[in-house]
Design a binder for this molecule. Structure first.
Ligand SMILES: Cc1cc2nc3c(=O)[nH]c(=O)nc-3n(C[C@H](O)[C@H](O)[C@H](O)COP(=O)(O)OP(=O)(O)OC[C@H]3O[C@@H](n4cnc5c(N)ncnc54)[C@H](O)[C@@H]3O)c2cc1C
Length: 449
């Protein structure tokens, strides 16, 4: 029986009870409707931002049971955004404990760093996590298991010698390689590619960015807003090549193909800024994973079709939110704020409203923020003053003009109103004339209903 068939069968059997496991797939975790309302023990797997915030929320929301946190990295929790934004100016990690986000050793009874979870299974009345070899226990049992696994940089295996930027070690390697005069090819004009390209050019590197899409940040901000960022590259002395595909990467050379023809770029350093994939490879066939390998969860972190004792949060999870649809993991703000929702539900409390999706970035000396949804078919309203601009993504219909999301560039005053207006999947009605006036506070451009 194939995995899909097993899951379908289990879905049909699902009536709020634990179905029998299929005899030929004992590794699949059973589905259950049981809510773990009063767990006495919790294991958090992953000691990044989401794992640390889960531990901190558990304690601040009153959990006084046994808490264990396991993290594959040897370092205590550190912040990832400075790895790119402050690549050359901060050589040591920014510890999340020093940023006031909690000290893992004070929060948890047991902290196992440098240990990796390798298997997950049903225990009598909870979950069991098996760990790789190392100091301490080989397995952990708990009433509830929270997966905060994050993601890993995604890079084709054939790209010999290409670097990625995801961990503190990656940042140290990249920093050491990017001395002034170095030829750098960045593959991908997404958030991280754009940030590193601007900083490396300012450091005196010769930078080329290769992007498959016709404009930078197209997937993240849409084609029109993405196109507005393209000029920043040339202004910074970066050679941006859009609609260009990398064919192969060899030491010192990158072969690319575009409509105009193929060419070879020479580079001492190649940075693959080609996205991430959830660190869930070890769970394939154990719990249902979504198309990009993420754990599908509801707005409180419960794993869709997973057992009641299992939750997931942060970059490893794709959250389905009423009114918003699927909010893919991959954003700092989600890893920061979603643990509060997960923990509230786990402890049987009312969960706070789901915050609007929110991403920030610093590129080419500009501060960007993206809030809410960016549907491909949305219309745009532009609020532009001499210093910056905000593009509002709106839907026009019988119920008027509805705000879906917004991207700001050097307009910090619009960020907080956007986050408030779009919280909980709301789609507030707008007066389009007022909304397009940059002098009118965004909140005053909303209409009742
Ligand atoms: C260079 C860089 C810049 C970024 N800049 C921005 C930005 O400007 N704005 C923004 O919104 N977001 C940004 N992000 C994304 C943001 O940092 C992440 O969304 C956030 O860190 C996610 O936190 P997390 O805890 O879910 O995952 P992670 O931080 O990846 O932590 C997960 C941890 O789990 C561990 N782990 C994985 N599998 C296992 C296992 N089997 N057993 C034990 N441990 C395991 C991992 O080793 C890791 O330490 C950036 C990311 C990077 C890499």
């Amino acid at each position: 029986m194939r995995k899909g068939e097993v899951l379908d069968m289990m879905a049909r059997d699902y009536r709020g009870k634990v179905p029998d496991l299929p005899a030929d797939r004992p590794d699949l975790l059973p589905r259950t409707a049981d809510r773990v309302t009063h767990p006495r023990s919790v294991v958090v797997v992953g000691a990044g931002l989401a794992g640390l915030r889960t531990a901190a929320e558990l304690r601040s929301q009153g959990f006084d049971g046994e808490l264990t946190v396991v993290g594959a990295e040897r370092l205590p929790p550190y912040d990832r955004p400075p790895l790119s934004k402050e690549l050359f100016t901060r050589t040591a990690p920014v510890w999340l404990a020093e940023d006031g986000l909690g000290d893992l050793h004070e929060l948890a009874d047991t902290v196992l760093l440098g240990r990796r979870a390798v298997a997950l299974e049903q225990a009598d009345d909870g979950g069991r996590v098996h760990l790789d070899a190392g100091d301490g226990p080989d397995e952990l049992r708990a009433d509830a298991v929270v997966l905060a696994l994050g993601a890993v940089a995604s890079i084709p295996t054939a790209w010999a010698g290409a670097l990625t930027l995801h961990t503190a070690d990656d940042a140290a390697r990249l920093r050491a390689a990017l001395i002034p005069g170095t030829r750098l090819v960045v593959v991908g004009a997404g958030w991280i590619g754009a940030e590193v390209a601007g900083l490396a050019a300012a450091r005196g590197c010769e930078v080329t960015v290769v992007e498959m899409a016709p404009v930078p940040l197209e997937r993240q901000l849409g084609p029109v807003v993405g196109a507005r960022t393209a000029d920043w590259y040339a202004e910074a002395g970066v050679d941006l090549r859009c609609s260009t595909r990398v064919v192969s990467v060899r030491p010192g050379e990158v072969d690319v193909a575009a409509t105009a023809g193929s060419s070879t770029l020479r580079a001492e350093v190649v940075l693959a800024a080609t996205g991430v994939r959830p660190a869930t490879g070890w769970l394939d066939g154990v719990v249902p994973l979504g198309p990009r390998g993420a754990l599908p969860v509801d707005a409180t972190g419960r794993v869709t079709d997973g057992p009641g004792w299992l939750r997931a949060v942060g970059d490893c999870a794709d959250m389905t939110v009423p009114g918003l649809g699927v909010v893919p993991g991959g954003h700092w703000d989600g890893a920061l704020n979603h643990p509060a929702l997960l923990v509230a539900d786990l402890l049987g409390r009312a969960a706070p409203p789901v915050p609007a999706p929110y991403v920030f970035s610093t590129q080419f000396g500009r501060e960007l923020a993206a809030v809410g949804a960016v549907p491909a078919a949305a219309d745009l309203l532009l609020r532009e003053d001499g210093r910056g601009w905000t593009a509002l993504h709106v839907a026009r219909g019988p119920d008027g003009v509805r705000l879906l999301g917004g991207a700001t560039v050097d307009r910090p005053r619009d960020v907080s109103p956007l986050r408030k207006l779009l919280a909980g999947g709301a789609r507030p009605a707008l007066d389009p004339a007022l909304a397009a006036d940059p002098a009118v506070p965004l909140r005053r451009a909303t209409l009742p209903g």
